[in-house]
Design a binder for this molecule. Sequence first.
Ligand code: CTP
Length: 153
Amino acid sequence: MRELVVSKIKEGTVIDHINAGKALLVLKILKIQPGTDLTVSMAMNVPSSKMGKKDIVKVEGMFIRDEELNKIALISPNATINLIRDYEIERKFKVSPPEVVEGVLKCPNHACISNAEREPITPKFYIKTEEMRATARCHYCGRKIENLDNYIS
Ligand code: CTP
């Protein structure tokens, strides 16, 4: 099938093979908000031979940081990162979800010591990656998070 594409970029980052429907979460992770000056293009729920449907985010002039890569891996373990210079792909790699994250996810259990009002401790989670998604388990209280979308800080 002929793929629907947004225009190529000159310099910056293309995040491809994002799980369908998650591009807005990727923008949130990249802290791209209303009022941004960045040139950003995005496609949601476009046909993909590998995934059926996928999202794509392209940001001119921005080179993604490791911290952001880890967060994207949590919501979309198969995303591909393409770093572009002068219209050419300089580097292409797949994100890889970390096995342990500290300070990235917030525990949904209000009684967890990582949510204590006095002297809270940094949350720590163990990540399990399945085919298309990652789940997490709290080091302190054992609470599992099946869908990480709303717990990434
Ligand atoms: N891309 C871009 N600007 C460029 C070069 C590439 O926006 N100057 C985008 C393409 O539109 C595509 C992604 O970067 O979304 C990867 O490009 P390419 O490797 O050429 O495409 P595919 O072979 O389809 O990628 P893959 O093998 O990762 O599926």
